[in-house]
Design a protein around this ligand. Structure first.
Ligand SMILES: C[S@@+](CC[C@H](N)C(=O)[O-])C[C@H]1O[C@@H](n2cnc3c(N)ncnc32)[C@H](O)[C@@H]1O
Length: 266
């Protein structure tokens, strides 16, 4: 096969890395694992003995068609634990996965790098059954996903990820374990879902986050003026939320953003 860059096809050929990913994922025997982008199946083969079932979502029809055969040849005793769904993980619905079997409880994936953040956010939003997981992503993306307020790489992905789960870095992975070798290093991010930080519409909170970081260097009074309708209204909402109007988005936690959205909700 010829790997395509567009689909982020860099395959892990190192058995130690694959074992490390599975060990770091902290799977229980009862877990149903959602694997995004199984590719040639190296991670899939290591996941199957460690959990109850694997649902593998692969966008590339050639790879999706080939995977059951690979598992049938390499791990015939475990082949009935695998379901392959040929689909785009960024758009997949809970309903599409429901027909594939029991709801997935864990996400474990070596993600296609160009869409890693939107895939993780989409799956956490769409599948409330996902309680924990471990993903391999580009090292800089891992930093951003796990960053807290005040960190220089804290931004939209950090806050949105924190809405759904506690995210933490779980080690780095050298580029040499991939074929073809990518021009970036990778890192692991582990997560555990947590209750939503507030009883407020997620879309409303994310709209505040997008507005606050669209003009990162500005104070919230200025950055949120367009979102609120005017600088005065932004100031009123911020005061009601107990957030200083002179603060910047990069200083706020997801709970602060939730309070701002709540204060703006009639
Ligand atoms: C980085 S490779 C990982 C392959 C394999 N898991 C491994 O570790 O060797 C990413 C995989 O995701 C697939 N992929 C890319 N975009 C996708 C999408 N939107 N939905 C599902 N799979 C996707 C690619 O075809 C590729 O197989």
């Amino acid at each position: 096969m010829r790997p395509t860059k567009k689909l982020g096809q860099n395959f892990v050929h190192d058995p130690n890395t694959v074992r490390r990913i599975v060990a770091s994922a902290g799977l229980a025997e009862s877990d149903v694992v959602l694997e995004v982008g199984p590719g040639l199946g190296s991670l899939t083969l290591a996941l199957l003995p460690a959990c109850r079932a694997v649902v593998a979502v692969e966008i590339d029809p050639v790879l999706a068609a080939r995977l059951p055969r690979t598992v049938g040849e390499r791990a015939p005793g475990l082949a009935d634990r695998l379901t392959v769904v040929g689909a785009d993980a960024m758009r997949i619905s809970a309903e599409q996965l429901r027909v594939a079997g029991p709801p997935p409880t864990a996400l474990v994936a070596n993600l296609p790098y160009n869409v890693a953040v939107p895939v993780v956010l989409h799956l956490l939003a769409e599948l409330p059954s996902l309680a924990h997981g471990l993903v391999m992503v580009q090292a800089e993306v891992a930093d951003r996903m796990a960053a807290g307020p005040g960190n220089k790489v804290y931004g939209v992905p950090s806050v949105k990820a924190a809405w759904f789960a506690e995210m933490r870095r779980a080690g780095t992975v050298p580029r040499s374990v991939f074929w073809p070798v990518p021009n970036v290093d990778s890192a692991l991010v582990a997560f555990t879902r947590r209750p939503a930080p507030a009883d407020v519409d997620r879309g409303a909170v994310f709209a505040v986050v997008d507005a606050a970081f669209a003009q990162r260097r500005k104070t919230l009074r200025a950055a949120l003026a367009g979102w609120a309708g005017s600088p005065a209204e932004a100031e009123r909402v911020l005061a009601a939320a107990g957030v200083p109007a002179t603060a910047r988005g990069e200083q706020l936690s997801v709970a602060d953003f939730a309070r701002i959205a709540q204060a703006a909700t009639p």
